[in-house]
Design a protein around this ligand. Structure first.
Ligand SMILES: [Zn+2]
Length: 315
């Protein structure tokens, strides 16, 4: 039995028809206009209708950034698309004749990694998606952990610095301000301003007027000392957060996705070092594994489809 997964991102909507082994049968992709929620709904309806044509489809899962209610129906708050208490499931189900489930995008990606990727061999996994922001997913005892209100695993908003930098969520000192792609750019710019090991970063910035994530990524791969120092600082913050998460969730593995995870072991090394340094009962507590996500761009659609299918069959 196939299911459809939809992943609504900030710049595009990805869609796929997925089998029960997480294999994509067919896919589709369209640009998003974040300021046009009705246009996004129309596109999602068209994509689901197109992918379902001639197929037996059991359900469709729609993943988006934001706080989703426990019934997986209402988007309480969407940071990209301007949804506020949006009854997205009811709107879509009124236009389609298959069950629809709404899912947080980081949860969908984490579930895909757990079932078909880096987390397959474990029962307890934490995934951190390090993109522009920091997303999170928690798998505890083989189940996706959603919390009492449906809004659990917003790990980007775990506080690591008391009275620290202001965050878009309204709080201060969240890991997103120290461990995201946006934070990496900020640190890189600070190092470029400081001179010394930041010379390479400063030269790249001078050429184009500003640094981009791609520039920093390229300098990391080239072994530039400044870019590597920025990545180590980022990894150190993420590793501290992992140590705190261990005290609460005790995962066997931490999986890292998102654009910054392209740095691979160069990112994992400082994370692991800071985790070990800050781990409660260090030396006595078993050490978690650290891995890079395997499904990369397909994780959102594969996870959304699989969660929708499982929801229908366990009802
Ligand atoms: Zn925050």
């Amino acid at each position: 039995m196939h299911a459809i997964g939809i992943d609504i991102g900030g710049t595009k909507i990805a869609a796929a028809l997925v089998d029960e082994f997480g294999t994509i049968i067919r896919s589709d992709r369209r640009p998003t206009t974040a300021s046009d929620p009705r246009g996004i709904e129309d596109a999602v309806v068209e994509m689901i209708t197109g992918l379902a044509e001639g197929e037996e489809v059991v359900a469709a899962g729609v993943a988006a950034a934001g706080f989703i209610d426990a019934a997986q129906s209402v988007v309480y708050y969407g940071p990209n698309v301007n949804w506020r208490h949006e009854p997205l499931r009811a709107t879509l189900e009124a236009r389609l004749d298959i069950p629809i489930l709404i899912e947080n995008d980081a949860n969908a990606a984490g579930w895909a990694e757990f079932c078909f990727g880096a987390g397959q061999m474990y029962s307890d996994m934490v995934m951190l998606t390090v993109g522009t922001g920091v997303g999170g997913a928690i798998i505890s005892e083989n189940r996706l952990f959603r919390g009492g209100f449906g809004c659990a695993a917003e790990l980007g908003h775990l506080r690591i610095v008391p009275n620290g930098r202001s965050c878009g969520c309204g709080a201060q000192g969240c890991i997103e301000q120290y461990g995201s792609g946006r934070a990496l750019l900020r640190i890189a710019n600070e190092l470029a301003d400081a001179g010394g090991i930041g010379q390479g970063l400063a030269a790249a910035r001078k050429g184009k007027g500003k640094l981009t994530g791609k520039d920093v990524g390229r300098l990391i791969q080239d072994g530039d000392n400044g870019a590597l120092a920025a990545l180590r600082q980022l990894g150190s913050s993420l590793g501290q957060a992992c140590a705190s998460l261990s005290a609460v969730l005790d995962p066997q593995i931490f999986v890292f996705g998102g654009g910054v995870a392209d740095a691979g072991d160069l990112l994992l090394e400082p994370i692991r070092a800071a985790y070990l340094e800050n781990l409660p009962a260090r030396g006595f507590h078993p050490e978690a594994e650290f891995a890079i996500a395997q499904l990369v761009n397909d994780a959102g659609v594969v996870g959304a489809a699989d969660l929708a299918r499982k929801h229908v069959f366990t009802k």
